[in-house]
Design a protein around this ligand. Structure first.
Ligand code: AP5
Length: 190
């Protein structure tokens, strides 16, 4: 199964993707994790991405698409994948569609985790205390939420128009939300 997981910062994409990959037997591809690994490794791409991420802006479409294409060509996506954090604007949604058509691996479903802003801010503040992620500062979080509303929310319409969008209530326990996503997909844990 090939899924796109959509949702605002703090909506639980990473948390749910880690559980869904076990349940569905697919790989989890997070562009945020790939970018953070590049930053940590100090690669030229990481050096370019770091300041952009710390401002809460989007890294350039070309860089992220190239990185994603390399990851999809790693040879482990035969049983499917969950994309977390991609696509993040309409241009990325179109580029992904074209890339996956070329690879013969189109998306089956897009799942949107619905969470209101107040709870998003609360969850990220909790993670800021626990983990100190460099883009979890109050100012950057405000910007990430603005970028989400302005640039990423239109991607929801892209998948709705394609008839592949599933909306799932992202409020509640982590376990309950996984159950809801699997039910929406018409499947259960392996
Ligand atoms: P990315 O890493 O994708 O971050 P994000 O979308 O802002 O999402 P988060 O990681 O904050 O939240 P999440 O939805 O994964 O929630 P999580 O499970 O962690 O991107 C970071 C940056 O990289 C971007 O700002 C951009 O600069 C760049 N980037 C990435 N992709 C890009 C792209 N395609 N194009 C351009 N730039 C890109 O949960 C959050 C917290 O809540 C955790 O502490 C978790 O434990 C907790 N939590 C989760 N679920 C629950 C629950 N049910 N109840 C209580 N707590 C919960």
């Amino acid at each position: 199964m090939r899924l796109v997981l959509l949702g605002a910062p703090g909506s639980g994409k990473g948390t749910q993707a880690a559980r869904l990959k076990q349940a569905l037997g697919v790989v989890h591809i997070s562009t945020g994790d790939l970018l953070r690994a590049a930053v940590a490794a100090g690669t030229p791409l990481g050096l370019q991405a770091r300041a952009v991420m710390e401002r809460g802006e989007l890294v350039s479409d070309d860089i992220v698409l190239g990185m994603l294409e390399d990851r999809l060509n790693a040879g482990d996506t035969g049983k499917g994948f969950i994309l977390d954090g991609y696509p993040r604007n309409s241009a990325q949604a179109r580029a992904l569609d074209a890339l996956l058509q070329r690879l013969g691996q189109p998306i089956d479903q897009a799942v949107l985790l619905d969470v209101d802003n107040e709870l998003l801010i609360e969850r990220i503040a909790g993670r800021a205390k626990a983990e100190g992620r460099s883009d979890d500062t109050p100012e950057t979080v405000r910007n990430r939420l603005r970028v989400y509303t302005e640039q990423t929310a239109p991607v929801i319409d892209f998948y709705a128009a394609a008839g592949s969008l599933l909306r799932v209530d992202g409020v509640g326990s982590v376990e309950d939300i996984t159950t809801r996503v699997l039910a929406a997909l018409g499947t259960s844990a392996r």
